[in-house]
Design a protein around this ligand. Structure first.
Ligand SMILES: O=C(O)CCC(=O)C(=O)O
Ligand SMILES: [Fe+2]
Length: 345
């Protein structure tokens, strides 16, 4: 990457380039999970409605573990490109290393390593034919180096999964649903962790670390280091608001699946990552995804004559497989999105 000129694949169209003047705003709530009870559920409801984003503290993921994850991740990205490409992701295996991620068909200024929390979970073998229900299993690709990389990432995955399910329970309660409403969707879950590595960028006003997007997850649990760069599109006025790095906090955001389940009561909010000329940055999202067979649709308890279902159901496995393919290349068509399943009034 880099050089004197920026490869046009990275250049954002004018309207999507970051402004040099950043809006200084507070307001993205920080929620203490130690609080528990109804009070906590109300705070989560308010945060989901107003922002679709919040930070949590006292979340139970040991900070000592997060530090080890950061160290191992940095060691991995410091390896030579040749070494990293030994675990290269491709159109068939969505796990591993990738250095040419595209968001909305513009290349992101970053490298990633993806792995699934549940190794060997079943996934559809066919990406295209809706009538082909053949299955295959996904297998994580692990590098030989650094030596403790795999065990550290697996341990972190287990811890964050626990937190994500606990949060989903609170979120279900906040929607007036049973706490265990969605539990059945996560046996053989396709949840995924991503290590995002953003090298310093000589053109931070033209390129983005990740272009504006919404997460296709039910919810996302994101760890970021102290550098900063994540921006959230504020629902009230569409301004891009930075999410201030907060020591030992994790960032939670509502994803597309929760938007559909809640029939738009909670919305998946657009976010993006700006880069800088000086400092590398690391972030680690955990995307909570259901099992491949789950049909995603508005839950019955939240639908009635006055408030009819706003989405047709879709099969999560097929959706994921289609999405994975289009992350690779610049394509003329838009990536598959939940709005393709929206029922128009
Ligand atoms: O790096 C970040 O802070 C966020 C990354 C992100 O939004 C994503 O990977 O979906
Ligand atoms: Fe994201």
């Amino acid at each position: 990457m880099g050089g004197i000129d920026l490869d046009p694949a990275f250049v954002q169209s004018e309207e999507h380039r970051p402004k040099s003047k950043v809006v200084e705003a507070s307001g993205i709530p920080v929620i203490d999970l130690a609080e528990g009870g109804n009070e906590l559920v109300s705070k989560i409801r308010k945060a989901c409605e107003e922002w679709g984003f919040f930070q949590v503290i006292n979340h139970g993921v040991p900070s000592e573990l997060s530090q080890r994850v950061e160290i191992e991740a940095k060691k991995f990205f410091e390896l030579s490109l040749e070494e990293k490409k030994k675990v290269k992701r491709d159109e068939m295996n969505a796990s591993g290393y990738h250095d040419a991620e595209h968001t909305k068909n513009v290349r992101d200024w970053k490298e990633v390593f993806d792995y699934f929390v549940q190794d060997n979970a079943p996934i559809p073998s066919s990406f295209i034919d809706p009538h082909d229900f053949g299955l295959t299993t996904l297998t994580n690709q692990w590098p030989q180096n650094p030596p403790h990389f795999r065990e550290t990432m697996e341990e972190y995955g287990r811890e964050v999964e626990k937190l994500a399910l606990k949060l989903l329970e609170r979120i279900s309660l906040s929607l007036g649903l049973a706490g265990d409403k969605f539990h059945g969707c996560f046996k053989n879950q396709l949840s995924m962790l991503r290590l995002n590595y953003y090298p310093p960028c000589p053109f931070p006003d033209l390129a983005l670390g990740v272009g504006r997007h919404k997460d296709s997850s039910a919810l996302t649990v994101l760890a970021q280091d102290e550098v900063g760069g994540l921006q959230v599109k504020r629902k009230s006025d569409g301004e891009w608001i930075p999410v201030k790095p907060t020591p030992n906090a994790l960032i939670i955001n509502v994803g597309d699946i929760l938007q559909v389940w809640s029939n738009d009561k909670y919305e998946s909010v657009e976010h993006r990552v700006v880069v800088n000329t000086e400092r590398e940055r690391l972030s680690i999202p955990f995307f909570l995804f259901p099992a491949h067979h789950v049909m995603v649709k508005p839950v019955e308890e939240l639908v009635n004559d006055q408030n009819p279902a706003r989405y047709r159901e879709y099969n999560y496995g097929k959706f994921a497989a289609t999405r994975n393919r289009s992350d690779f290349k610049k394509r003329d068509v838009e990536n598959i999105q939940i709005h393709h399943f929206r029922i128009l009034d």
